[in-house]
Design a protein around this ligand. Structure first.
Ligand SMILES: Cc1ncc(COP(=O)(O)O)c(C=O)c1O
Length: 467
């Protein structure tokens, strides 16, 4: 007599998955969604238990290895290089100091960023000061501290000259240039234009000053530049300008600062191919830049001079993949059009780059169930709060965690204080230790700068009639 199998199969809710144009379907569906449970061997669930959700987590190890790789790629191809950390990309003090410890100077674009770099202990002469809005007050400080100021416009030139004259000091300066590389949209609103002759006019104006000495040329041709040849073109144009300046004036240019702009391994919305296929390696950028610079500055050697110092202000390529955002599922929904939607506890106020990138989104553990097109919403009571418009994920339950990467560039600076408190940011160190590098906001921090005039100090009058 055969024994009856008494184990009951678990009931699974039946579901109908509509096939949508352009999405994976039963002939090519995503069976497994990658998951990721830790960063540098520290489990995310442990981090969330200790520091709350959502949580930004930076990896010190990754940050150090990223900048080392860039430095190696350039210094093995060109004899004089200097990295300058672009503060606006991520100016959390711990991030900046990891990069300063790796020999990066600072690149700042405002009074706040200048003051922050100085407060962290960066000497003035290791700060490149860019940007179109430098007040007299901060320029005076920068001049007294021998910072490397890059002039953006004539009004700034006059101001610097006036300050230099009032101190009877010779001030070394650089100028920002703009021009057409033929590959990138020219950022002509910053600095002086080469093609129109404006940049050479500015040089003439500087050379007529008894207090100013031009020692550096700067340009930044854009951001997320996917074409290394754009940089060869940039370097050729800047070197031709250097020769013109040195040929026509008595200035000797000591450095060429090519700004930032190298792409990170993130998927820009609107680009069909994955980043692995479209983003050049750091070595490809380095090859294009250094090969051209070596050719263009060969004459320096015959003149018995050092080649110009090459300054790199790379931002996103250093920090983007060194930080992730861990979020928790708050709710599940079905939209009227049949799509699955999930509400997360982190929104676009924290992840500004969700407007431009399709971040990689992974659960922190393997999940059962069929992956399906899902919309990821943030917690804000605002229609714009969409973290991902469409991503294939298995069914998620309240409390499940998702990891967004790469989020290290421009989020901890462009995030907004809006509706929710901003969360903790932690850094995982090389030895596995973890530190909070920015504490979560609370009611006290949020209202610290507010003032209530006396007559507005109470919401209702004391003698309010009962309703
Ligand atoms: C002057 C300057 N330098 C450097 C950077 C850093 O650029 P990225 O993060 O694209 O490398 C920027 C960013 O806009 C910039 O404006």
């Amino acid at each position: 007599m055969s024994e009856k199998n008494t184990t009951k199969k678990a009931w699974v809710k039946p579901e109908i998955t509509p096939l949508r144009n352009g999405l994976a379907n039963k002939f090519g569906s995503v069976r497994n969604v990658n998951w990721c449970d830790s960063i540098d061997d520290v489990p995310f669930d442990k981090l969330i238990r200790s520091y709350g959700s959502p949580l930004f987590v930076a990896s010190e190890q990754k940050l150090r290895s990223n900048i080392k790789r860039i430095k190696n790629a350039f210094s093995s191809r060109y004899p004089r290089i200097q990295m300058a950390w672009s503060y606006k990309t991520n100016y959390l003090g711990a991030i900046c100091n990891v990069l300063h410890q790796e020999d990066a100077w600072a690149e700042v674009v405002s009074r706040f960023e200048y003051e922050k770099a100085r407060k962290l202990g960066v000497p003035g002469q290791c700060i490149f000061f860019n940007g179109p809005n430098k007040s007299r007050e901060i320029l005076e400080r920068a001049i007294d501290e021998n910072a490397r100021i890059h002039i953006d416009h004539l009004d700034e030139l006059y101001l610097i000259e006036d300050i230099a004259a009032s101190r009877n000091k010779e001030v070394n300066i650089g100028i920002r240039l703009n021009f057409d590389t033929g590959y990138t949209e020219p950022w002509s609103r910053f600095g002086f234009n080469i093609e129109s002759g404006q940049a050479m006019d500015a040089v003439w104006r500087i050379s007529s000053s008894t207090h100013l000495k031009l020692v550096g040329l700067h340009s930044h041709i854009g951001t997320f530049v996917l074409e290394p040849r754009a940089y060869s073109s940039q370097v050729s144009i800047m070197c031709a300008f250097l020769r013109e300046v040195e040929g026509k004036t008595s200035f000797k240019i000591d450095y060429i600062d090519i700004g930032g702009g190298f792409a990170s391994f993130n998927a820009l919305q609107g680009i069909y191919l994955p980043p692995e296929q479209v983003v050049p390696s750091i070595e490809q950028y380095a090859e294009a830049i250094c090969e051209t610079l070596l050719e263009e500055t060969h004459d320096h050697l015959s003149q018995g001079r050092n080649r110009p110092l090459l300054v790199l202000e790379s931002g996103r390529a250093i920090v983007d993949d060194a930080e992730v955002l861990v979020t928790t599922v708050v709710a599940n929904k079905r939209l009227p059009d049949g799509r699955r939607a999930v509400v997360l506890d982190a929104g676009v106020n924290l992840l500004f780059t969700a407007y431009w990138y399709n971040h990689v989104v992974r659960p922190t553990k393997p999940l059962d169930g069929k992956p399906e097109e899902t919309v990821l919403y943030g917690p804000l009571c605002m229609n714009i709060d969409v973290m991902r418009n469409s991503v294939i994920l298995p069914p998620l339950s309240v409390g499940d965690q998702l990891v967004f990467s790469s989020v290290g560039a421009y989020n901890n600076t462009q995030w907004q204080q809006f509706i929710e408190y901003r969360p903790n940011v932690v850094m995982v160190h090389n030895n596995g230790g973890v530190s909070v590098i920015r504490t979560a906001e609370n009611l006290e921090t949020m209202t610290a700068h507010e003032k209530l005039p006396e007559h507005l100090s109470r919401p209702f009058p004391d003698d309010q009639p009962e309703k």
